[in-house]
Design a protein around this ligand. Structure first.
Ligand SMILES: *Cc1c(COP(=O)(O)O)cnc(C)c1O
Length: 388
């Protein structure tokens, strides 16, 4: 790139070695989060007319029109720093959730809060218990701090294995993290299972419940009212939610945590960057909370299309895990990265899973009708090519 500033090869190599030596072991050995491909990159490489981007669980209806209006109105204040305490958003969330504003923390995406939790609580050698297969950052951030991570599998029906969780939590643990419903499987832990896992945790364990897909099952009678269950027990806890999925604000980066105690928020305030939530994100999130109809419409569309896609995949002979979220996880019967590669040529981006034991599994987001069609039709073509 900057060829007029090119450094001699020996200097380049020496620096590389020195940097590896200087870096913390926890950072040096970390795996890089698999963030997936952008539609632009795929379009450029394969020259396909329309890209079906079904790899990041985004809302096919996009953001509410009210969000777009609010963003436009605030754009002229871009020279002014954002509110470091996100006061307006925390107040709006307090009204929405019934949790006091002083118990609410805002993150640059809920991934930012996972990062803060790791920085605030984890020492080298601390034990963290999480799920496999799982959202990569539940494992990556603890490892970054040098924590030992115990991975609890799902059962053969791709559901939470409550007994395995109880066993894993019978030994000391600093933190437990899981998403409910889970990403990538989509399985939902019911109230009884949730209560059993919470009660099995050591008394001095921080409970991190990631509800990134909360809106897709909050009306399911089986889905635990986590705030109610957690309020009755003594361990510190935090429930994470996000504007990235059902609210359609993934590009703006805003998530929140509902914490057991203001002191937990104070701790996270010490390790976060002061202006972690930009103006646009705060403004957009407040506006998004005012348009619940948009969320309801998004949920209704996505859950109906999810059942259609699940039926099509099942009819093609695939083993599809039951999902309570806006994606499906299925065994494609061959190395998923190869199938994902072939789908790219048809303009379809999905997420091949890479964790050990799940190399044949794909996670596909539920998009709009056209994008889902493009995925299923492309998959059928590939299957026909294979049979020929
Ligand atoms: C998408 C997702 C998140 C993070 O979303 P943000 O965009 O960082 O708010 C967190 N946890 C799980 C399980 C997710 O699937």
């Amino acid at each position: 790139m900057a060829s007029d500033l090119a450094v001699p090869d020996t200097v380049f190599d020496n620096q590389q070695q020195l940097l590896k030596k200087l870096a913390r072991p926890g950072a040096r050995s970390l795996s890089v989060y698999n963030a997936g491909l952008s539609a632009e990159a795929v379009q450029k490489k394969y020259g396909v007319a329309h890209i079906a981007k079904l790899a990041s669980n985004e809302n096919p209806l996009g953001a509410s029109p009210q969000v777009v209006t609010a963003l436009a109105a605030d754009a002229c204040f871009s020279a002014i720093y954002s509110d470091a305490s996100s006061a307006a958003l925390r107040d709006a969330l307090a009204a929405d959730t019934g949790v006091a504003a002083e118990n609410i923390v805002i993150g640059n995406g809920s991934e930012d809060i996972l990062h803060m939790l790791a920085l605030a609580f984890l020492n080298p050698g601390d034990r963290v218990v999480t799920l496999i297969p799982s959202f990569g950052l539940h494992e990556i951030f603890p490892r970054m701090m040098g924590a030992d991570v115990t991975l609890v599998g799902v059962n053969a029906r791709q559901e939470f294995d409550v007994e395995a969780w109880e066993n894993a939590l019978s030994a000391p643990a600093k933190m437990l993290i899981f998403s409910n419903p889970s990403n990538p499987v989509g399985c939902m832990l019911n109230r009884e299972g949730f209560t059993r896992i919470v009660n099995a945790a050591p008394a001095d364990c921080v409970l991190v419940i990631d509800e990134a897909y909360f809106e897709y099952c909050e009306n399911d009678p089986e889905y635990p009212d986590s705030l109610r269950v957690l309020a009755e027990q003594p361990r510190p806890w935090i429930v994470l939610r996000t504007f990235s999925k059902a609210y359609g604000l993934a590009g703006l980066r805003v998530g929140y945590g509902l914490a057991s105690h203001p002191e937990l928020v104070n701790l996270l305030d010490r390790v976060r960057t002061p202006f972690n939530i930009n103006r646009s994100a705060q403004v957009a999130a407040v506006a998004a909370l005012q348009d619940k109809q948009h969320v309801r419409d998004s949920i209704a569309l996505v859950t109906a299309l999810r059942e259609e896609m699940a039926a099509e995949l099942t009819a093609l002979g695939f083993n599809v895990a039951s999902s309570s979220a806006n994606f499906l996880f299925f065994d494609c019967g061959c190395p998923a990265t190869e199938l994902a590669q072939r789908l790219l040529a048809y303009g379809v981006i999905i997420k091949p899973w890479r964790e050990t034991g799940y190399e044949n599994w794909i996670r596909v987001s539920i998009g709009n009708e056209q994008d889902n069609r493009q995925f299923i039709d492309s998959l059928k073509r590939i299957l026909t090519e294979n049979a020929a």
